[in-house]
Design a protein around this ligand. Structure first.
Ligand code: PA5
Length: 488
């Protein structure tokens, strides 16, 4: 017998997904207090349901100060992105495919909205990068490996990632709407220098794509000087609402994801949000439930959970979209991403029994397309012999949902028919609408992020950015006034 692993016949079962495009569902039967009132029975629900319909009209019309960042109405993700012409998508798809052929590793620099949606979509559709990057190129469908930079400033991460790419053909996209966010700018400077030291300027220019503002910003200027291909982040689309614009589209094309299907999913959801009556309108229902939970049921935390490893990054995308949109003026739900069942053995305890200020939204998948059979005979799980891992996983996730509901956690579930480009486009569009609407119900502007801008200013000053000298001096003075006895 050889020493290498051979996968036994019949252990893994893989099926092609059917060609139809089923809709996402929302199961909110458990959104209330177990044994008590369902949210829909609360008078506040009825009042908010009426308001949300009006707020949606406002969102469509773009006629409120709460929709603006400066002078711009920030609803391009709703009015334009889902309706991108096929010709534009085909052009990005083709450029991405040629780009993918020219490289072994694709890097992407960006943070927040210039990072999370891309990673979430690639992982949901192509598989978690932790494993995807370990596959051979042909097993990845002839696409390069993918590494993200600029979402951290950890030297060890960057050094290891550079070593992984050493000696390989590399290229990537640098994403920053403002063109000046420091973390991805540093990552890009490092990658650019590494490429420039080993390739001709023409080769480097062919392997860098810049995705930034149409006119302004340091990145736009640099791209012009160096001759990088550029894509535009539309003025009226903010970072966390940008996965369906070129911010997401180019990376997705390099990863071999079908852009027309992705945008068709977003369009299908957008049409639903516009045309479905309130009681079958996923985004409106979800917005109203989140709002009522936060304002009238004492809920402070929304746990965003999944048992699907490839959706871990989607819960991280939710963690940004909600709090950065709603977390203002002393309000807004904190979103805590949870991956089950790992977390069931950690803060699952607190979800079940700590302060009752938690609601939970599950991301469930009906048909994962692959299954692994449990050869349980003669082991502690003999009762599962011959059953699929999906059966066990779904039983555990449903069990967690029911247990948390019994523990007085209102829960709802997005039910995804499967993980493909169309479904992910749909999910993002429903969720962006839901969050924009629940922000508006709270009276917040969901399209600004003054808290993030404040941190960027402080970080700029601390890292010595020119023009921030006064701010740095003020910070140093404030630091001197701290009590020195409180450091040991
Ligand atoms: O949602 C947002 O607006 C932010 O999270 C931004 O995406 C993030 O700060 C990155 O900004 P930029 O794309 O300008 O580098």
């Amino acid at each position: 017998m050889a020493n290498e692993l051979r996968i036994p016949a019949g252990l893994i079962k893989q099926r092609a997904l059917a060609a139809n495009r089923p809709r996402i569902g929302l199961d909110y039967r458990r959104f209330g207090r177990a044994g008590g009132q369902h949210v829909t029975e609360m008078p506040e629900f009825t009042a908010a349901a009426q308001r949300v319909v009006q707020l949606h009209e406002l969102l469509m019309a773009g006629t409120d100060e709460l929709l603006k960042d400066g002078q711009l109405v920030m609803t391009g993700w709703k009015t334009e992105s889902p309706f991108r012409p096929d010709a534009e998508l085909e052009a990005i798809q083709a450029t991405g495919a040629v780009f993918a052929q020219s490289i072994d590793w694709f890097w992407s620099t960006g943070i927040g909205g210039s990072f999370l949606g891309n990673k979430a979509t690639i992982e949901a559709v192509r598989g978690t990068l932790e494993l995807f990057n370990l596959l051979l190129r042909e097993e990845r469908g002839d696409t390069p490996g993918i590494l993200f930079f600029g979402q951290n400033m950890d030297a060890s991460y960057v050094a290891t990632a550079l070593k992984i790419m050493e000696g390989k053909r590399i290229g990537g996209n640098v994403i920053s709407k403002s063109g000046g966010t420091v973390e991805p700018a540093i990552a890009f400077a490092i990658l650019k220098a590494a490429m420039e030291s080993s390739m001709s300027p023409e080769e480097v220019a062919q392997r860098i794509v810049a995705i930034t503002d149409a006119q302004k910003g340091a990145l736009k200027q640099l791209a012009g000087q160096k001759g990088y291909k550029t894509y535009v982040v539309p003025d009226n689309v903010g970072g966390r609402y940008s996965v369906t614009c070129p911010v997401g589209l180019f990376s997705l094309a390099v990863a071999g994801i079908d852009l027309k299907k992705f945008i068709a999913g977003a369009r299908r959801a957008e049409e639903d949000v516009r045309n479905q009556p309130f009681n079958t309108n996923i985004a409106m229902l979800r917005a109203v439930m989140r709002y009522v939970a936060h304002k009238h049921m004492g809920i402070k935390i929304e746990v965003a959970s999944t048992g699907v490893y490839d959706l871990k990054s989607t819960t991280a995308w939710m963690q940004q979209l909600g709090p950065e949109s709603e977390g203002k003026n002393g309000e807004g739900l904190w979103i805590s991403p949870e991956y089950y069942t790992e977390m069931a053995h950690a803060n699952g305890q607190a979800i079940q029994m700590a302060e009752r200020t938690i609601m939970e939204t599950f991301l469930m998948v009906d048909d994962p397309g692959v299954d692994v059979i449990i050869p349980g005979a003669g082991t502690p799980v003999a009762y599962l012999d011959g059953k699929g891992l999906n059966f066990a996983n779904q039983a555990f996730i449903a069990g967690l949902r029911d247990a948390h509901y019994e523990g007085i956690v209102p829960t709802m579930s997005y039910v995804l028919p499967r993980l493909d480009a169309f479904t992910m486009g749909m999910l993002f569009q429903y969720e962006m609408n839901a969050i924009a609407l629940s922000g508006l119900l709270l009276g917040q502007n969901p399209f600004i992020q003054p808290g993030v801008q404040a941190y960027k200013k402080i970080a700029d000053a601390r890292s010595g950015k020119p023009g921030t000298e006064q701010a740095l001096a003020a910070m140093q003075k404030a630091e001197q006034q701290l009590n020195p006895n409180f450091i040991i």
